[in-house]
Design a protein around this ligand. Sequence first.
Ligand code: SF4
Ligand code: SF4
Length: 280
Amino acid sequence: MKIAILSGKGGTGKTTLSVNLFSYLEQATLIDTDVEEPNSHLFLKGNLVKEEIVYKKYPLVDDDLCNYCGKCGDFCNFNAIIPAKKKILVFQDLCHDCGGCAMVCPNEAISYIDKEVGVIYHTQIKENKLFLYGNLTVGEVSGVKIIETLKESTKNAELLLIDSPPGTSCSTVAAIDGADYCIICAEPTPFGLSDMRMVVELLRAEKRNFGVVVNKSNLGNDDIYHYLEEEKIELLEKIKFDREFARIMADGELLINYSKYFKEKIANIARKVLGDKDDQ
Ligand code: SF4
Ligand code: SF4
């Protein structure tokens, strides 16, 4: 089973939920796909077992074979390859590594070369607990290739938790691809509700099952609960804000180890999402 944890914006407790749910479960794999700003590793201590460099391919044009017909540029949806008068311009950052330009080139003028875009760290937390996180190379604009590699590396996991990038970008779409269930973390504020609506629209468009955890439930107003009721969206749990939680997390510690209240909330979420698969 694959469960994605996501949010409309950063700072809603998505990572807190991911690492605590992962730690609560007896057996699970967690991937942090927020590759621009990974932070799950700050809470999870284990043994680094592998470092995997991630490469993306981009086109290289042989000027001797190219006749500047323009077919590659016509094909590319991302404006990553643009035939100019006597030169083919390639914009590496825009390339999505689809391989299409070489397929349409009538002169076999296009080959591909590798570019390093990031690294994935594989960490063994316990015997039955594997945690992977990706880190995008500074200056790279898209983390999709790293997210796809993270998903590919863990495709056989029996229970996979996916800490997804915030928002509704291509990276988020890549992270939730194939997820059986999604947990949205949201805050009961006007901005929190507005950001959450966009995530709801995305998940409905992608035909994903999902529910909502409301964090900082003792702050804000009731609009989010009215919205969930009107839209018939399951409220998985409400978790109140506590200054002590912030202090514990600032020390890189897991809340389930310090708060009975928080552990019960996580247990309840696990029960609702996994049924009898949660083992503690
Ligand atoms: S399709 Fe091939 S031959 Fe035509 S412009 Fe592109 S690289 Fe050159
Ligand atoms: S590989 Fe795909 S995305 Fe990249 S330049 Fe070629 S057609 Fe465009």
